[in-house]
Design a protein around this ligand. Structure first.
Ligand code: NDP
Length: 329
């Protein structure tokens, strides 16, 4: 009998009604790839919540094992870069969308998609960071490249108590920025201050339709929310500033004016983690190793077991999750 391992499988019936079940798979069920990994830790990102709840068409192959992030150990490889026993991380590349993903004890993927687990980091730590944290780092790097250094003035982080937001607040404050954290959960203010926020503002301040230009409040920002929030963040960005936009937790639209771009030279920096080239990923993970305080990382993450994934996926799309969720397999 082939060895089985546990997995979550999302299926669709003839009426396109989605269902989610815990199941047992064998390696023969896995999709094509040149590296097989024993998954040791994974996480629940907003996108995983959308996939499992069916709230957005994240899954584009049926049935599918969801889960866009994992860390673990190579158990077999025909890829030149990887040997049995190597510790690896996977973020994105369509895994958990079109390719069987992280919510199984085994994953088979393309070796080109993997990056090495940084020295001194455990699979658990890597998943406390996950796609959300690595995306936060991509945002910080984009702001730096645009010259938004701490001396330029405050930076705003929206969706601050969520995964991307918590890691962004933590990294930016460690780098010396004056961080203004925007949250809809005022009860999370002490948490955000502990992560390093200098000020906490209410999400409501940024939720109304934006004026073309408003009073300059910050030199830049990291936006995980989109819609009116991003429009307001742009209209409040000071001359020559920049905003890294990575999320849509508040909506996919952008009801903004061109005024910040053409009258203040503000730049909107688009951030994608899914298809980012390997060199960009390696740089982001190297910087995370340098700039993210592991103690803060522990304080912004909670740990669940495999059986808790489905509930956590529903909670994250309802905005009930604080920081990052790590799944220890
Ligand atoms: P989380 O759910 O952990 O965080 C999102 C946060 O946004 C919430 O915690 C909440 O913060 C805020 N929020 C939720 N709903 C609303 C709303 N209706 N209006 C305003 N604010 C809201 O998700 P993640 O941090 O994992 O992801 C954040 C976003 O970034 C998602 O849209 C995700 O898809 C996107 N993303 C994009 C990536 C890319 O490659 N571009 C990669 C990773 C994530 P608070 O309670 O503090 O207000």
């Amino acid at each position: 009998m082939p060895e089985t391992f546990k997995a979550i499988l999302v299926s669709r019936d003839a009426e396109k009604k989605q269902s989610v079940a815990m199941t047992d798979l064998t390696e023969a069920d896995l999709m094509e790839g040149d590296v097989t990994v024993a998954v040791e830790a994974t996480t629940v990102n907003y996108k995983d919540g959308l996939a499992i709840s069916g709230k957005a068409p994240v899954i584009r192959r049926w049935p599918l094992v969801p889960g866009i992030d994992f860390a673990g150990t190579v158990i077999s490889s025909s890829h030149a870069d990887w040997r049995k026993g190597d510790k690896v991380i996977l973020n994105g590349w369509g895994v958990g969308e079109t390719h069987f993903g992280a919510y199984a004890e085994r994953a088979r993927v393309k070796g080109d998609w993997l990056v090495p687990l940084p020295q001194g980091m455990s699979p658990h730590d890597a998943m406390a960071i996950g796609t959300a944290g690595y995306t936060a780092m991509l945002c910080v790097i984009a702001l730096e490249r645009h010259g938004i250094v701490p001396d330029r003035g405050p930076v705003v982080v929206t969706g601050a108590a969520g995964g991307v937001g918590s890691v962004a607040v933590s990294i930016l404050s460690s780098l010396g920025y004056h961080v203004i954290a925007s949250t809809g959960r005022s009860a999370e203010s002490p948490y955000l201050i502990d992560l390093g926020a200098a000020e906490v503002i209410s999400r409501d301040e940024l939720a109304q339709p934006a004026k073309p230009l408003a009073k300059e409040r910050w030199a830049g920002g990291v936006d995980a929310v989109g819609s009116h929030t991003l429009a307001n963040v742009l209209s409040m960005t000071s001359y020559g500033g920049a905003v890294a936009a990575c999320g849509l937790a508040g909506g996919m639209d952008l009801p903004a004016s061109v005024a910040p771009f053409i009258l203040r030279g503000v730049c909107l920096l688009g951030i994608d983690s899914v298809m980012a080239p390997k060199a960009v990923r390696m740089e982001a993970w190297r910087r995370i190793g340098m700039d993210l305080d592991l103690q803060k990382l522990a304080s912004l993450s909670t740990t669940i077991g495999f059986d808790g994934i489905i509930d956590a996926a529903h909670d994250i799309v309802e905005g009930k999750i604080r920081g990052r969720v790590v799944v220890d397999m």
